[in-house]
Design a protein around this ligand. Structure first.
Ligand SMILES: NC(=O)C1=CN([C@@H]2O[C@H](COP(=O)(O)OP(=O)(O)OC[C@H]3O[C@@H](n4cnc5c(N)ncnc54)[C@H](OP(=O)(O)O)[C@@H]3O)[C@@H](O)[C@H]2O)C=CC1
Ligand SMILES: N[C@@H](CC=O)C(=O)O
Ligand code: NA
Length: 922
């Protein structure tokens, strides 16, 4: 053994060289300041290997202060764990495991017992458990010091509380000699602390070393408790005061750097005198190279565990906590966040920056050096396997899933944009900008500069942006005046969304998916930054979009499920049937197609119901009656828009109301998708229609309306397919009205016109007001819809219609009155039909889009009984597309073109079309 002949001992900031042989070095009085002396009075490095006693009360300090040090340890040279355990039965380096139990795991007697059980059930050869103080004790101890320092007498009762807390826990856990042994040490420590705090109280001052010394007791007591419990259960166990092992150099008031070389020597020395293979070590506390007790500051006990893991070259470090592991996003913000099984060290670094419940980056460094995996596990849920943080190459699977690991946001930021042509190619501009930022001590959270160098933008906390802006404007006053800089702009209320994942950005398609998910959720990206390490892509977004953005990207990468929130407007015949179809299909879609449809609002003309998580569709009819609110479309929209859990939302307008249709443009502008069978928007005023379509085309927000023509028949989509593939439409002609088709298919023999109209209404073919069908307006609307889709700029008034509504009934006040009076006109319509029948023809109500002439028509025509239009039945529609490709034989779509089931089915398939546009698998 290489013995160091000289070392030094220190206590609370004092140090003096001593020889290992001289047992009681003496401090000359002049080396002690009054406060140091006072605080040192009658207290000790309370444990264990060192004890300090100032022999005389403070008055006599003027003469001299004495330090008594029982020297027991032999100081060793630079040895590794394998060396100092050589030739002993001690476990070798990689057979050690380190456990760390945080404050919550040491919160109660029961929890301490559970920690003991975890340690005892670990069959590893060498086990070292690092413990934090009993929950809240460190804070209580800091408060004590503060109280004493501010001469608040209540520090005494606060110290009693600390005693009481430990005493009660000890009494629950221990008995007999174990208990009395613990309590007598506790009593001794408390009385020493009392004396020390008294000194602080008198001096009205404490140093960092004093307070570190006081608060370190929390870990001393918790480690003693835990080791006593293990011993009580019959297992060998020994306590380690890590002030004797871990040596650190303070960097600033918040951080220390471990001195691994010195710590290794200390550990070797420690092992030279101990032989247990189960060790309970104090977390948080350490010593300076001068042997002054200190703490690991904010990095705390996790850091102790990592340092011990590294000193022991442990096989694994397990951090026991109260969560199941590291989540893919903050579970308070993303309810379906998942526990990550594996993380690389770098990913863990990145995530800890964004506030994830991961180790502080500095605490990872010591174990990273030896590729020691860190496992984060829940001490209260042993069935959860936890998250393993490890070296990437160790079996790290680069599947698409593992490339993006987690998402997080940082809120309350402002973006500062420094712009101007005078920046490009001028060395020192960036440095000047950030000098100004540094001068006001603002924290730059992210920086981005395009290679054109015409602008630099960076994010700072909102609270610091005012000072930054003033500083920049002052620094660049001249450049702004002469125009070298065009502006220093501040964009308030921003958030940062960060995606973390190793090699994410270099994997093709990953960042595209990220930005695609944001685009689909209608989220504007204000700035982007990606470090060349590629572990993190950071985007700046508007603050109000933060949750939506987080959920959109998380769901894109973690669920591959497309979740869509739906608001159903008009639960009448079509809307109600749609809700029934959704009821029967949602579970299947979720299971088989990864599409999660949730109806979170239903609104009629008088009442509405809103839900955050989704209405139970199995009883939607009852639910709408249970506690309805008064109908308020604005509030309804806001409810959908404001929902924070589902990024994609769609309003499904199943009314025939023009006022509802008036909202489409605004909804699309807000990123709300619109799906409708209501023809009013597309056949209403041309400028409104064009505005809606322009908005639809210029955004990622979708507008689908297949059911407006031919109900569920693929008419609009067929036309689109022809147009988009470059076909040229010449003419679209057909029977577009299910109602009129039904009427003319059944209006024969002795049947009366009004009876047949009544049947059509009963079958759900008619518009809410059947006059819209009989007047030809409904057909004219469909003609307009197809004409506009094909590129004609027509108004509804451009289509002449042949109305079947008797002149006298045009102004009837309601559909009901109209139906009541219609039989009076049966005779006239029968005559017209009889004339046609007599000449072997049938009456058919047809619509035409004539692209050659650029016009539309709606007519009641006669067709020969052999004509395909004469072969229809029920509510059949038949639509013939004559195009450049389909010239001789038109493309024909035929089938039922009205009715609740087929129409709702058409709306439903638009919803699924939307889901697939949003990323659902095909
Ligand atoms: N029937 C068919 O075969 C086809 C129908 N369509 C279209 O489907 C749409 C619906 O038709 P249908 O279901 O038969 O009509 P209904 O009259 O049965 O239902 C309309 C629904 O809209 C509600 N409503 C009306 N105005 C408003 C408003 N301002 N705000 C909120 N809700 C409102 C009504 O509420 P309340 O009951 O409270 O008044 C009712 O629930 C129409 O646009 C129609 O053209 C399209 C293709 C085929
Ligand atoms: N009332 C309409 C319904 C479909 O748009 C019709 O009869 O065709
Ligand atoms: Na259709």
């Amino acid at each position: 053994m290489a013995a160091a002949q000289q070392s030094s001992i220190s206590y609370l900031g004092l140090s003096t060289p001593f020889s290992s042989k001289s047992k009681i070095p003496t401090f000359p009085y002049h080396m002690l300041s009054f406060r140091q002396a006072l605080c040192g009075s009658n207290v000790g490095h309370s444990n264990r290997n060192y004890a300090l006693r100032l022999e005389k009360p403070s008055q006599s300090l003027k003469k001299k202060a004495m330090l008594k040090i029982p020297i027991s340890a032999t100081i060793l040279g630079d040895l590794s764990i394998d060396q100092y355990t050589k030739n002993s039965s001690f476990p070798k380096g990689d057979t050690w495991v380190v456990h760390k139990f945080g404050g919550t795991c040491m919160g109660t007697a029961q929890r301490i017992q559970s920690a003991a059980n975890i340690i005892m059930s670990d069959s590893s050869e060498g086990k070292l458990a690092v413990v934090s103080a009993v929950s809240k004790v460190t804070d209580m101890l800091y408060v004590l010091v503060k109280k004493a320092q501010t001469r608040d007498e209540s520090y005494i009762s606060a110290l009693d509380d600390v005693f009481e807390k430990h005493m009660l826990i000890a009494k629950e856990l221990l008995s007999g000699d174990d208990l009395s042994g613990f309590l007598s040490q506790l009593n001794l420590d408390i009385s020493n602390l009392k004396a020390m705090l008294r000194a602080i109280y008198i001096a009205g001052h404490s140093t960092e070393s004093f307070s570190d010394f006081v608060v370190g007791h929390g870990e001393l007591w918790s480690s003693q408790l835990l080791s006593a419990v293990i011993k009580k259960c019959g297992q060998e166990c020994i306590c380690m005061d890590t002030r004797e092992v871990i040596i650190v150099n303070p960097i600033n008031s918040n951080q220390v750097d471990p001195d691994f070389k010195e710590s290794e020597k200390k550990l070797a020395k420690w092992f030279a005198h101990q032989s247990a293979t189960t060790i309970i070590a104090t977390g948080f506390i350490a010593s300076t190279p001068e042997n002054i007790p200190t703490t690991l500051k904010r990095d705390g006990s996790d850091f102790s565990a990592a340092i011990m893991g590294s000193l022991l070259k442990a096989r694994q470090v397990t951090i026991w906590t109260d969560v199941d592991g590291v989540y893919s996003a903050d579970p308070r913000k993303v309810s379906d966040a998942v526990i990550l099984k594996l993380l690389s060290y770098h990913e863990a670094w990145e995530m800890s920056y964004f506030g994830a419940n991961v180790l502080h980056p500095r605490t990872i460094i010591p174990v990273m050096k030896y590729n020691i995996p860190i496992v984060i596990r829940n001490a209260f849920n042993l069935s959860a396997p936890g998250t393993t943080i490890h070296h990437q190459e160790n079996g790290y699977v680069q599947s698409a899933d593992s490339i993006v690991k987690a998402f997080a946001t940082i809120d309350n930021l402002a973006l500062v944009n420094v712009e101007g042509t005078g920046m490009a190619g001028v060395p020192g501009t960036a440095s000047a900008i950030f000098e100004a930022v540094k001068a006001v001590e603002a924290n730059v959270v992210m920086i981005s500069q395009a290679s054109s160098e015409h602008s630099v933008c960076f994010a700072v906390p909102e609270t610091e942006v005012k000072a930054v802006s003033i500083a920049l404007k002052s620094k660049f006053r001249e450049a702004l005046e002469v125009g070298r800089l065009s502006q220093i702009a501040v964009i308030h209320n921003c958030s940062i969304l960060a995606a973390v994942g190793q090699k994410m950005a270099s994997t093709p398609g990953t960042s595209a998916s990220l930005f695609g998910a944001l685009a689909k959720a209608n989220i504007n990206v204000r700035a982007i930054a990606q470090g060349s390490t590629e572990y993190n892509i950071t985007v700046v977004i508007n603050g109000e979009d933060r949750l939506k953005a987080l959920r959109a990207v998380h769901s894109r990468f973690y669920h591959s499920k497309t979740t869509l929130a739906l608001g159903i407007i008009g639960p009448g015949l079509i809307g109600g049937t749609l809700l029934d179809q959704l009821r029967d299909q949602v579970a299947i879609l979720k299971e088989e197609s990864n599409i999660d449809l949730r109806v979170i609002g239903i609104i009629g003309s008088k009442t509405m119901i809103l839900s955050n998580s989704g209405i139970d569709l199995t009883r939607w009819r009852e639910v709408v009656k249970e506690k309805p609110e008064a109908s308020d479309l604005e509030k309804f929209t806001q409810h959908l828009y404001g929902n924070e859990s589902i990024p994609n939302i769609a309003l499904v307008d199943c009314t025939s109301d023009s006022i509802v249709a008036n909202n489409y443009y605004n909804w699309l502008c807000k990123g709300i998708h619109v799906i409708t069978p209501n023809k009013k928007a597309n056949s209403g005023p041309l400028d409104r229609y064009l505005k809606i379509r322009r908005q639809q085309r210029s955004s990622y927000t979708h507008y689908f309306y297949e059911a407006t023509v031919g109900a569920g028949l693929p008419i609009v989509s067929t036309l689109r397919g022809l147009l988009e593939t470059g076909d040229k439409i010449l003419r679209i002609e057909g029977i577009f009205s299910g109602t009129l088709s039904y009427i003319f298919n059944n209006f024969m023999g002795t049947r009366s016109f009004s009876d047949v109209v009544g049947e059509a209404k009963e079958a759900g073919y008619t518009e809410p007001d059947p006059r819209d069908d009989l007047s030809g307006t409904d057909v004219a609307r469909k003609v307009i819809i197809l004409a506009r889709e094909s590129g004609l700029k027509l108004e509804l008034s451009d289509i002449p219609v042949h109305s079947l509504v008797p002149e006298q009934l045009k102004d009837t006040s309601s559909p009901e009155e109209f139906m009541l009076k219609l039989p009076d006109f049966d005779e006239a319509l029968s005559q017209e039909r009889n004339v046609a029948e007599a000449s072997g023809e049938v009456l058919r109500y047809v619509g035409v889009v004539d692209m050659v002439e650029g016009k539309g028509q709606v007519e009641l025509r006669r067709y020969n009984k052999d004509h395909p239009f004469a072969q229809l039945s029920g509510s059949d529609n038949i639509i013939a597309f004559k195009t450049a490709r389909y010239t001789n034989q038109p493309l024909i779509v035929r089938g039922p073109g009205a009715g609740a089931e087929v129409t709702a089915g058409g709306v439903f398939s638009d919803i699924l079309r939307l889901a697939s546009h949003l990323g659902a698998p095909s």
